[in-house]
Design a protein around this ligand. Structure first.
Ligand SMILES: Nc1ncnc2c1ncn2[C@@H]1O[C@H](COP(=O)(O)OP(=O)(O)OP(=O)(O)O)[C@@H](O)[C@H]1O
Ligand SMILES: [Mg+2]
Ligand SMILES: [Zn+2]
Length: 270
């Protein structure tokens, strides 16, 4: 469809439009016109058409919306999500257990801080199948709804992601990925500690955490605090918990995995 401007210039040339009224946008103060034209062709040829000229805010709103969509897409291309949790959101997380409810409140608190621009950091630690990844993925998606560029990464796939090659531009690609990890509004590192051990990956993780000091970060791990210290250098663990309060560490101790819930049906509401 032709834009109003195209149509108006065409009509102006023909002297074919009538200004019905003019008014100023209360926000950008641009003078807008309500104009009556005549449809030039098609089945409605000859019918009157009333249009309003575009003000600056409408255009800047559209530009801002396009920029926001481009930003989210830019970070989204680095996501790695296990298909088994791909549909997880904060809205389909069920607060079945006390631990689950507490964890959900922790995520809510995280977003209070994120929205206020305060240090928002969260570590979810503990037993398997408790919904740590579910909440972490839900949080990344919710951040996007708030217009934040988020990245959700499963740490065990990190090496593969960083080493995936297309021709000779591997280094370049890695630089882009590290930059995205550094610059996104929220980075989620899921399942830290399940990656294959090695000096290279330790260094990569150290650098990622170092780049995100004071920036929004969510980590999930199966490892306990003691196990973290056995596995990683204390300098890395320091960066992992940097700026965090006690309320930002959510521990899961239940041995009842949500994956196994059908076997525990009798006492699931404990
Ligand atoms: N409270 C919940 N409400 C709805 N679904 C849940 C809940 N908790 C877990 N699930 C579902 O159960 C499965 C396992 O949860 P999830 O992968 O988040 O566990 P996890 O704590 O990350 O476990 P692991 O330590 O093994 O990675 C997922 O499919 C998840 O969507
Ligand atoms: Mg998990
Ligand atoms: Zn305006």
């Amino acid at each position: 469809m032709k834009s109003f401007k195209d149509a108006a210039s065409q009509f102006a040339g023909l002297g074919g439009y009538e200004v019905l009224t003019t008014f100023s946008c209360i926000r950008c103060r641009a003078v807008q016109k309500k104009i009556k034209t005549v449809i030039m062709g098609g089945p409605n040829k000859g019918q009157p058409l009333i249009e309003t000229t575009e003000c600056h805010c409408r255009l800047s709103r559209e530009t801002a919306a396009a920029a926001k969509a481009a930003k989210l897409k830019h970070f989204k291309k680095h996501w790695t999500v296990n298909p088994s949790i791909k549909d997880a959101t904060l809205f389909n997380f069920e607060g079945r257990t006390e631990e689950g409810k507490r964890a959900f409140s922790g995520v809510q608190w995280f977003f209070e801080k994120l929205k206020d621009g305060e240090k928002a950091r969260l570590v979810m630690m503990g037993t398997s199948g408790q919904g740590k990844s579910h909440l972490a993925l839900g949080a990344a998606k919710y951040a996007e709804q708030l217009g934040k560029g988020a990245i959700f990464i499963e740490v065990p796939t990190l090496k593969q992601l960083l080493q995936s090659t297309f021709g000779n531009d591997t280094d370049l690609k890695q630089i882009d990925i590290f930059r995205a990890f550094r610059e996104c509004d929220l980075l989620v590192l899921d399942d830290l500690g399940s990656e294959k051990e090695g000096e290279w990956i330790d260094e990569v993780l150290f650098n990622i955490l170092n780049d995100r000091l004071s920036k929004p970060l969510i980590i999930t791990t199966n490892l306990s605090m003691n196990e973290l210290y056995q596995r990683y250098h204390p300098r890395m663990i320091d960066r992992m918990f940097e700026g965090m309060g006690k309320e930002d560490l959510i521990k899961f101790k239940s041995d009842k995995s949500y994956r196994m819930r059908k076997f525990f049906e009798d006492d699931e509401d404990e």
